[in-house]
Design a protein around this ligand. Structure first.
Ligand code: URA
Length: 240
């Protein structure tokens, strides 16, 4: 990896601002490859050089990948003047400048939202061409039938809307699991609407090969591990 200024790395990793880095270095609290550096503007390679700040070894991560269990009432945008966003819910240690929610969930939808600063992975995960499936649990105001399952399987065409064939599994009189690989505006709600149902509850349970961690309460989040990060774009993963 290219060399970068130490203070830039530390601020990018949310360890210390540039001014703080300067002070820490002057106090002798930063070591690079076993040697104290009194300057915070030296160039280092964050991937291969060992950087220790206040006795703690830096675990450099080029990008962050955060799974959040989105609560209802929160918008999946980076910033919103009037309402809290998923970014506002991030704990202090997971804050970074360029984080954004990869894809949108409606304000009243709950469940798995990925927050990252990796635009390339986000695109791969969201582009319908890549066929990465997302699994939703749906409750609606109508008794679901095999005819509805059939319509979803054939691909719904409703007015100007066309949706790719989608698998639906009825799990109760008015509840179902649905798996789609597109992410059109209000897609699940519009698909149900076209079979005469209104969605009353919607939760995303899985993206690619990664299930929402059941241990996360609404509003909570955690970083994904390496295996989960590569499973996010796994198109062979299909539940239904
Ligand atoms: N489909 C919807 O209608 N809403 C969501 O939030 C996600 C998928």
């Amino acid at each position: 990896m290219a060399l970068q200024r130490l203070d830039k790395i530390l601020s990018g990793q949310n360890i210390a601002t540039r001014t703080e880095s300067k002070k820490l270095a002057l106090k002798g609290l930063i070591c690079v490859n076993g040697e104290i550096t009194k300057r915070s503007d030296i160039k280092v390679d964050p991937e291969t050089d060992e950087i220790i700040v206040k006795g703690k070894k830096l675990r450099y991560r080029k990008h962050l990948y955060i799974m959040m269990n989105k609560p209802a009432g929160i918008v999946s945008a980076s910033r919103d003047k009037n309402t809290k966003t998923v970014i506002d819910l991030l704990p202090e240690h997971l804050r970074r400048d360029d984080l954004f929610p990869a894809g949108r969930l409606d304000r009243d939808t709950t469940g798995f939202i990925l927050i990252t600063d990796d635009g390339e992975l986000s695109h791969k995960m969201l582009s319908p061409k890549n066929h990465v499936y997302k699994l939703y649990s749906v409750e609606c105001d109508k008794i679901l039938t095999r005819d509805d399952v059939q319509k979803f399987a054939e691909g719904i065409v409703s007015g100007e809307d066309t949706f790719l064939p989608a698998a639906m599994k009825i799990t109760g009189t008015n509840t179902a699991l649905v798996e789609i690989c597109e992410g059109k505006f209000h897609q699940i709600k519009r698909m149900f609407h076209s079979v005469g149902a209104e969605v009353t509850r919607l939760k995303r349970l899985k993206i690619g090969g990664v299930f929402l961690d059941e241990k996360l309460s609404e509003g909570e989040c955690r970083e994904l591990d390496e295996k989960e990060i590569s499973a996010l774009t796994d198109k062979t993963e299909k539940e239904l």
